[in-house]
Design a protein around this ligand. Structure first.
Ligand code: 4AD
Ligand code: MG
Length: 462
């Protein structure tokens, strides 16, 4: 029987009918004749106003109706006389589910800083800001599935527990059933993993790509969408220890097809959010970022710039700008370099390709020059790298040589090499960092504020 606040405010056929609203009280104000409650139920950024005619209710009955308490109200939905709302509920009955003590409930009326809200991440979903961010996040997740589903991609579930380090960065969280305080040793003093449940060193995955390639070389076009883990001690506004990644992998795609798909994909997601979450995005724009909607529209409406890493480095070298980290051919680009290209030089999203092979992962397709690989990073204003991807090395001998060159243990890789031994095909894929997309669309500036319960170095409770 409950009608959600979003529907109460939207469905004009409900006006003049008896409705039941349930939610959490944001504020209560008024006088001895009439009391007004702003009620939120999370279905929209907007509140529904509940009007209590104090001829029908006692002060005692309304006493527990304080900020944060949860209530059920039945009454007539009527057009509102007040400014800023279309309709309101004239309360006829009230039930209080749970009270919230005024002294101890941390989310009293006044605005709180984002830093403070991070300390109470268990309650912050109840604020306007986090309600808006989490609804946008949910809509974007749906848009991602919709995009791939409409194009005939299969959703492939890849494992979280793995023995292989896809990115080769050695930044993995170990998973073990062994007693860490009493690790069994082999004769030569190493940890004896044979007694472990998995029988070998295992870790949480940094990427679903390697298994994604197994899927793509069977089903044609797949995508993954799941949590990934990085045990780097990075305390930046762009890094999490646990983040969600979307990784499409496509047989018969070369690097250009890959770039085309990546560009179409992010534009589709941003557009979807603009079409379905405009109330939330407008709220976030008013609160935090005056140019947000203009920036989102600009990205959707304009082509991304495409150039090689080498051309990018040349622009950086010739910019005359003093970077904290000096840049020359061969260096890995830092966030400051990426943002210079995107925000100051081109003023557009940029796709950089053909990076030096030394700074990229082993699986990328090697170019004829012997120096670069067919990598592509998509760089966004305010974010830096939002997507990383490549065409994959499909030649068995070249891939094997690279694996040996990098000293990657063969015993971990034979199954991956089988994709190149049996019916190898050109193929490509990329990974989109989901929180970086949510950052861009919401205009938030810290990645901790776009995931409900962030995991960063040293942070693991709620
Ligand atoms: O560039 P990365 O490391 O690429 C891969 O993992 C490939 N296996 C993807 C592929 O080709 N299938 O990560 C991809 C994206 C980055 O561009 C970034 O958006 C995001 O994942 N990312 C992170 N997001 C939040 N916190 C971190 N620590 C992240 N590391 C990467
Ligand atoms: Mg990358």
């Amino acid at each position: 029987k409950r009608t959600k606040v979003a529907d109460l405010l939207k469905d004009s056929s409900l006006i003049g009918t008896e409705v039941e609203a349930k939610g959490w009280v944001r504020t209560r104000r008024g006088n001895k004749h009439v009391q007004f409650v702003q009620l939120s139920d999370g279905s929209t950024i907007k509140n529904i106003q509940i009007v209590f005619d104090m001829a029908k209710f006692s002060d005692e009955e309304l006493k527990p109706v304080t900020t944060g308490s949860s209530i059920c109200v039945k009454g007539m939905l009527v057009e509102s006389q007040g400014k800023g709302q279309t309709c309101e509920v004239q309360a006829e009955s009230l039930k209080v589910y749970g009270t919230a003590d005024v002294e101890s409930y941390p989310l009293q009326k006044k605005g709180h800083t984002l830093e403070f809200l991070r300390e109470i991440a268990h309650l912050r979903p109840r604020t306007n800001t986090f309600g808006a961010v989490l609804r946008v996040r949910s809509a974007l997740a749906f848009a991602i599935h919709k995009f791939f589903n409409e194009r005939g991609f299969q959703y492939l579930h890849t494992p979280l527990i793995t023995a292989s380090d896809c990115e080769g960065a050695g930044a993995m969280f170990q998973v073990t059933t062994l007693d860490l305080n009493n690790l069994p040793k082999t004769e030569d003093g190493k940890t004896d993993y044979s007694q472990d449940f998995f029988g070998k060193p295992t870790a949480l995955t940094v990427s679903g790509q390697l298994e994604g390639e197994l899927g793509a070389t069977a089903l044609g076009e797949i995508y993954t969408f799941g949590p990934t883990f990085r045990a780097e001690n990075s305390n930046t506004p762009r890094h999490l220890s646990e983040f969600w990644m979307i990784e499409p992998e496509m047989a018969f795609y070369d690097i250009t097809d890959n770039m085309d798909l990546a560009e179409e994909f992010v534009k589709y997601c941003i557009n979807y959010a603009l079409e379905h979450c405009i109330d939330d995005i407008t709220f976030l724009q008013d609160m935090y970022d005056k140019d947000l909607i203009e920036r989102l529209k600009f990205v959707v409406e304009n082509d991304f710039v495409r150039l090689t890493y080498g051309e990018g480095v040349k622009i950086l070298e010739e910019s005359g700008k003093k970077f904290e980290f000096p840049v020359h051919w061969g260096t890995d680009l830092q966030s400051e370099h990426e943002r210079y290209l995107v925000e100051e030089h081109f003023k557009k999203p940029v796709i950089l390709t053909d990076y030096p092979k030394e700074i990229k992962a082993f699986y990328m397709k090697q170019n004829e020059d012997g120096k670069t690989v067919r990598a592509m990073d998509v760089l966004f204003p305010h974010i830096g790298e939002i997507i990383g991807g490549s065409e994959r090395e499909e030649n068995y001998d070249k891939l094997l040589a690279r694996i040996e060159e990098l000293d990657i243990p063969m015993k971990d890789m034979w199954w991956y090499l089988d994709t190149r031994r049996f019916g190898s095909v050109p193929h490509s894929g990329f990974g989109l960092g989901f929180e970086r997309l949510v950052l861009f669309v919401t205009g938030m500036t810290n990645i901790r504020d776009v995931i409900p319960f962030p995991r960063t170095p040293g942070k693991a409770e709620f």
